[in-house]
Unconditional design. Structure first.
Length: 202
């Protein structure tokens, strides 16, 4: 059976080792290549990764700035940004730079495996939740949920969204939970990523 390769680029050796162990233990026929910098990754020989897990906080060239170089070296490889900074704006910037997905470093190992497995299993998946970006599969949100989603993607808290829309914070929370369920995501950062990929927000 063919072996699948993943390239992990992160300047924290302990984190790299831990994630490599999680991936190799949790996924079958998996080989993980490691690099501490973007330059080191680009010099790797014999590595043709299906996925690149890329930290954005790297020494020298930042992860986001290096996405273009990685795509030029491996045009068919999907770049997944992995960061502890999972605010909506960080997700938006990752998508705008060409990332195929965003994974927070705060995720549990099981959740990271689930996201990576989804990306490997479906090369056409537009989000880790396997939402297709065509009209027939586009999630249907209510007009109010669309308003809440737009403000959420701008990084506003539930309290600030409530002020903008003249709603109670409790009501906003209910809209957010319903919206997450409709988008089949579990966090605000994942909702932001899905919304950008599906064209639900500008």
């Amino acid at each position: 059976m063919n072996t699948t390769s993943i390239l992990l680029i992160d300047d924290h050796a302990l984190f790299r080792s831990g994630i490599a162990m999680v991936l190799e233990t949790g996924l079958e026929n998996m080989r993980v290549f490691e690099a501490g910098t973007l330059q080191e990754a680009l010099r790797l020989e014999g590595c043709d990764p299906a996925l690149v897990l890329l930290d954005v906080q790297l020494q020298g060239v930042s992860g986001l700035e290096g996405i273009g170089s990685l795509k030029r070296k491996w045009p068919l490889t999907r770049i997944v940004v992995v960061s502890a900074f999972d605010l909506p704006q960080a997700v938006i910037e990752a998508v705008e730079h060409g990332a195929a997905a965003f994974i927070s470093k705060t995720e549990k190992a099981e959740r990271m495996l689930e996201l990576v497995r989804a990306l490997l299993d479906d090369s056409d998946a537009s989000t880790p939740s396997n939402l297709a970006s065509n009209e027939s599969n586009r999630p249907r949100l209510t007009p109010r949920q669309c308003e809440v989603l737009d403000l959420l993607c701008q990084g506003l808290s539930n309290k600030m969204i409530g002020r903008k829309l003249d709603l109670s914070e409790h009501t906003v929370r209910g809209h957010v939970q319903a919206m997450l369920a409709t988008l089949r995501v579990s966090s605000r950062s994942e909702a932001t990523y899905a919304a950008r990929r599906l064209g639900l927000v500008r």
